[in-house]
Design a protein around this ligand. Structure first.
Ligand code: A2P
Length: 335
């Protein structure tokens, strides 16, 4: 890989795309040139990168000539259609959608866990689901130290995980409720302001949603742990930014709270925020816009013979999407 690649961001105007641009700048990624791609609706607008206004171009089949790495975050349909075209043109695609995550020919990577999988890509590398990324940042260190057989989890997912329109929907509905006007809906099937929606994504025959099964399916692939099991309830919450999860992990080897703290403390990309006496624990409001995920509320699980409970919060637009994608692009420079 060229040491100063020509990069493209596909979906540059979206909630994740904008974070990708900021993250490239913040981490001083050695970009030779940055090409911004979105739908024809955005063509001609500009976005700022390193003090320069860059024009947004409409995505077409010929957009990828000369581009070394393309970070995709424009939805599964766009990825399915354009990622193979980009790969064919010699570009390495880092795809934030779910389109290729479970494809056996596509590595699914969280650099702190399985950076080595980047090496066997065939033109496309997948970025994990946002909740999976945030959860595994705490779960994998525990698995490495004590072995995790299975987890029971509830997730608390911010609206920005749905996209820029969902952020507007929450803000609009808060105003409508507070001002006593009728509540209007366009993104979610129910009012999200002052409510909880126990549904993220569509339902499967099993009664779980697609989103809920991603933690088990993607977790198995990323952790190289084919028997890992995860029973998850995903809840959309009226939080702008940062996902959280409450987790009960059933462990192979016994682990004390102190041992778990030690393991978390030594983990890259993870901050231990766990001082119950001072009422300190991770919260989405304070995990937002931070690169590191946060773990706390660590305790022995009173309903499992050998389990630990913990709570994790992390910015799903960063570690759950843009930051992880840029970290994969960093691995490509080293490979
Ligand atoms: P645009 O702003 O031009 O519609 P979000 O998930 O936050 O809603 O963002 C989706 C991103 O994907 C936006 O950048 C959007 O561009 C882009 N996008 C959506 N559909 C297409 C498409 N058919 N081709 C290229 N980009 C698309």
């Amino acid at each position: 890989m060229n040491n100063t690649p020509h990069l493209a961001v596909v979906g540059a105007t979206g909630a994740v795309g904008l974070e990708m641009i900021k993250t490239l700048e913040k981490r001083q990624y050695p970009v030779k040139k940055l090409t911004l791609l979105a739908s024809s609706r955005s063509a001609g607008k500009t976005l700022r990168f390193r003090g320069e206004e860059l024009p947004i171009q409409a995505l077409t089949e010929s957009s990828f000539a000369g581009i070394d790495i393309a970070l995709f975050s424009a939805g599964g349909g766009t990825s399915k259609q354009y990622a193979p075209i980009a790969a064919e043109a010699g570009c390495v695609v880092i795809d934030n959608s779910s389109a290729f995550r479970m494809d056996e020919t596509v590595p699914l990577v969280i650099p702190e866990i399985n950076a080595m999988d980047v090496t066997w890509h065939q033109g496309i590398i997948a970025n994990p689901n946002c909740t999976t990324a945030v959860t595994l940042m705490a779960l994998f260190p525990l698995h490495r130290a004590f072995g995790v057989n299975r987890i029971f989890a509830s997730t608390y997912q911010a609206v920005s995980g749905t996209g820029a329109q969902a952020i507007e929907e929450l803000e609009r509905q808060v105003h409508e409720v507070v001002e006593g006007r009728p509540v209007t809906k366009s993104v979610y099937p129910h009012q999200i302001a002052f409510n909880l929606l126990p549904q993220a994504d569509s339902f499967l025959d099993s009664g779980y949603t697609k989103e809920e099964m991603k933690l088990q399916n993607e977790g198995r692939k990323i952790m190289h742990h084919p028997t890992f099991r995860a029973s998850v309830t995903s809840v959309r919450v009226p939080v702008y930014r940062a996902h959280s999860a409450a987790i009960s992990a059933d462990l192979e080897k016994p682990a004390s709270v102190e041992e778990a703290r030690e393991v978390f403390n030594q983990s890259t990309g993870l901050d231990l925020v766990d001082d119950p006496e001072k009422q300190e624990y991770p919260m989405p409001l304070y995990a937002a816009e931070k690169d590191n995920c946060q773990v706390g509320r660590i305790r022995r699980d009173c309903a499992l013979d050998n389990g630990l409970c913990f709570w994790v919060s992390g910015d799903q637009l960063l570690k759950g999407a843009a930051l992880n994608a840029v970290q994969i692009a960093e691995c490509l420079l080293e490979s």
